[in-house]
Ligand binder design. Sequence first.
Ligand code: NAD
Length: 551
Amino acid sequence: MRYISSFKLVGQSNIFRLQVTRRAVRALSGTTVRSQAVDAVVPHITTHEKIQNPTTTKMFINNEFFDSKSDNWIDLCDPATNNVVTRVPQSTPEELVTAVDAAEKAFKIWSKTTLLSRQQIMFKFVSLLRRDWDRLAANITLEQGKTFLDAKGDVLRGLQVAEAACGITNELNGNLLEVSTDMETRSYREPLGVVAAICPFNFPAMIPLWCIPPAIICGNTMIVKPSEKDPGAALIIAELAKEAGLPDGVLNIVHGTAPTVDFIIDEPRIQAISFVGSDRTGKYIYTRGTANGKRVQANLGAKNHAIVMPDSNKVQALNAIAGAAFGAAGQRCMAVSVVVTVGSTKEWLLDMVEVAKKLNVNGGFEPGADLGPVISPQSKARIEALIQSAADDGAEILLDGRGYKVDKYPNGNFVGPTIISGVKPGMKSYDEEIFGPVLVAVSVDTLDDAIELVNSNKYGNGVAIFTRSGPVAAKFQKEIACGQVGINVPIPVPLPFGFSFTGNKGSILGDLNFYGKAGIHFYTQIKTVTSLWRSEDAVVEDSGVNMPTQQ
Ligand code: NAD
């Protein structure tokens, strides 16, 4: 078990790299004292210390931040301490209408702004996101609970969507064909109008950034509803968009829960909805949104399997799976939540336990923390109940993270890494998305059994296989029914440069994926124009001699 003594957790994904090094300490250097930018809309806080006077979460409409007039406020607590960080409003009906008024008005101008002008703003926006990367990440750690280093990854994956959006000049090209003499048909991609995004709690920067850059670069205006559990990152993003030069009303942030979502679904001026979140909410929004004639893309839950073949590199496979299962406390839609041991690899589970035991569960600002708390006490209770259900169903809990205590943060929502063996389809712990640091293990005899198990699962977000055999990998990638497949890559989320997020089966509703080409298609509609310019009508005019200078 040499690898255990030299343990270093590295989720091998090119997407979510949980690398536990002293870099985290350096990244936070000098930030053990709370610092608060004087005029920042979202205070820059970098500790879990109790905040004496929590501020309110602002609304953002027409490029203005202001306090909601709501009399209905939700306490947002630091998951590491359960101390109040801020209070989030349930936006009033009047405020919601004002946001759509602003977006509708802005659309008339923004949609006519040249592509190159929009691109210039996007370039600036990207540079500001990079400038305030740490500030965004700190807010995520405070409100969502994930470690600071992991929060930086959350920002980066969104930032890359904004970078890809800068290449819009190569993405919006239409087709052109001469269909008859002097007659041609050309197609354009045009914006839809006012569009909306409804976001989950687990990626407070990445998911808003899956939507905002592609939507606005195409000429749409937007209403974003971040999760009421961690809206701070979306507000910082709005602040940066304004600083980048986004005109009034192009981006608007509203808050709340079901009433805000229902408003978005039913407001006729909103043309399309991007949703990421749980199955129940997603099905509701998709069904009612499409019935209202809206375009809806909905990314839902997941149960992602990692198949371990006997010929795999054991150390790399176990480290990669541990990183993907327990990083972000398992609260990623692409977290590995099922390990499928093929043949003799079921004996490796005890080694996996040793890897998991070494993980540092702590407040997200603490240097060296590998995973932080889960989002809420309710979530912790739900996860612990699902662990108990596995025991009740006859599975064996090899590592039990229930009741995990972190000395410095006794009131936090911590669940330690948990590994359960002997799990089977039909058990609640297999059938349901646990969304916590819990890895269930299913043992099968052959690769075919593993493929059948994954293909029978209702979800199709991600899957990974660990093997050193090319033919095994080739068979697997061909036969597996899952949208994002990793070969020795535990979290195979494609980058937005040419690719989209491609979950399938029960993990998605709608036809067009987030970001990439499909994302651009989601936020645009095609217009075709057929024109006839008779050659006999041609007249000669003086032409200018200078290069064009307008953008
Ligand atoms: P959630 O469904 O509880 O919340 C998502 C959004 O819907 C939030 O903005 C919330 O305010 C709103 N909402 C919640 N309940 C509602 C209701 N009854 N009516 C109307 N709106 C409601 O999801 P969550 O807990 O924030 O996020 C976790 C889920 O998101 C997990 O299932 C995870 O797998 C999924 N997720 C999927 C992807 C993906 O790309 N497939 C990515 C990230 C997260």
